[in-house]
Each structure stands twice: as structure tokens, then as C-alpha cells.
Write a protein that binds this ligand. Sequence first.
Ligand SMILES: [Fe+2]
Ligand SMILES: [Fe+2]
Length: 153
Amino acid sequence: MDYQKSLDEIVNGLNIDLSWEYAAMIQYIQHAAVLRGAEYFAVIDELKEHAEEEHKHAVIVSDLINYLGGVPTVQTGVILTSPSNVEMLRQDLQREYETIRRYLERIRQLEMLGLYDSSQKIRDIVVEEQEHAIDLEIALGIDKRRPVASHQN
Ligand SMILES: [Fe+2]
Ligand SMILES: [Fe+2]
């Protein structure tokens, strides 16, 4: 295994992650501002909290890229919006699912190189991304529970 090549791949991946953290922060700020309806008051507060957490993630990922010898990007991923409240929440949830997938891959790559200190930083972030996804699933009324099998005595 070529250590430097693997490290370069990780840094490139982290820069993609960073561009999506920027996009997520902006998307949440915009969605929180344009969501309409009394039933969305609590959701608006949640989205504002998500925006602040995406900002913190962007700072952590930028510092990690620098630590690993890369240069943090200033590019942002594509920001989505919609006139529909529900569609905006779906856009946010889809992004969270994609983000979780990317970070799990990054954790795997970092740990392949024995960089457990760096992977811990991504682990802490991905736990928060999962909480974001759960908040959005609840807001959208997505119920993933499976019926519990009844006991046969
Ligand atoms: Fe994030
Ligand atoms: Fe998130």
C-alpha cells in the first residue's frame, strides 16, 4: 500500500466533504428563513441549529485537511431549495444520508492508515449528522419502525 497515495485520496475526499459542509450550512440557513406555517416553528429552530453544527463541522474538517498536509477548499457543493416546505426537508434529509455515507468511507480510509486520532474527529461529526437525519425523518413523519413479532409461547 502506497501511504502517500492513500493519504492524498483521503485529503481529496475530505475536501469534497468540506464543500458539502459549506453547502449544508447555507442550505439550512436559507430553508430556515423561507419555511412557512405554524407547524414548522419547531423545525425552523432545528434547521438553524443544524446550520450552526455544519459550520462547526466545516471548521473541524478544514483543520483536519491542514493537519494532513492538504489545503482546504473554498468551493461549495450545489445548494438546493424549493417553494415546497416538504420538498426542502426532503432535500436536507437526502444530503444528510449522502454525508453519512461519505464520512463512514472516510473513517474506513483513515483507519486503514492507522490514523485513529483523525478518524475520531470524523466519528464525532457523523454522530451529529445521524441526529440531523433523525430530526428530519421525524419532521417528515418517516417511520422506519418494523412491527415487533409477537411472542409464541
Ligand atoms: Fe455536517
Ligand atoms: Fe448535517
